[in-house]
Write a protein that binds this ligand. Sequence first.
Ligand code: AMP
Length: 280
Amino acid sequence: MDICDKIVDVRKRVNAWKKEGLTIGFVPTMGYLHEGHKSLIDAARKDNDRVVVSIFVNPMQFAPTEDLESYPRDLQKDSQLCKDAGVDLIFHPQPEEMYADGFCSYVDMNGLTTELCGKSRPIHFRGVQTVVLKLFNIVKPDKAYFGQKDAQQLAVIKRMVKDLNVDTEIVGCPIIREPDGLAKSSRNTYLNPDERKAALILSRSLKLGKELIESGETDSKKVIKAITDSINTEPLAKIDYVDIVDFSTITPTDKIGKSALVAVAVYIGKTRLIDNFITQ
Ligand code: AMP
């Protein structure tokens, strides 16, 4: 397995693979890898001849008040996980490599980014789209793998690829959870033992909402209220949003049918956690 921090070195390898007619699967990440990331790598490994993982904490998608500096990093551990999972190449650039002096081109979107996380993180998706398109242009993947954990991000990337005719297939992968139900996240490391227990309120409340829908409830307001009331029973939890939108357009839906994204963002102490499910 190679680790490259320069774009030119990634291009050399990728172009050689392309010449040989090999397919490339790509998993973009911010590192501090866990089983959720590994499930994406496993899917990429299964479908493609070569697998590339990027590890880059992208400054452009963090607001000045957010956790860019404290975001956990452990390249050594990440490298071992990737090696064990059969990754061929890690791309681990420094910010200067991705954003040269004078950088001023961005990818933006008029829809899909205004609801959910877009409300409390207004610059976030512009940063995500810009870096993902740059990474696609560097890695030239046949397929790229994204987790449903970040469902709005998955919808945004699918839309961007369609709108801009990017020749990469986007593959969505299910949420991987801890045995007690907490969605795996690099940010779970911020939680102290009390907060870790309190964090279970996200998956528990979503389960309650899911059961309501499965029992025949289609009124979004009622399901949102039930989930909200449940989260509010946890003293350490502070809701950012509880919402139900259409998964592909990320627009609010009053009546729950198929492909409704039921999503929450909740602060547990200072840590902002997200979780969701999509109706069948
Ligand atoms: P991140 O490193 O947090 O930017 O995540 C990189 C990719 O891994 C994104 O596509 C995430 O949606 C995905 N991911 C993160 N956590 C999970 C999880 N628990 N289950 C599945 N995918 C995940």
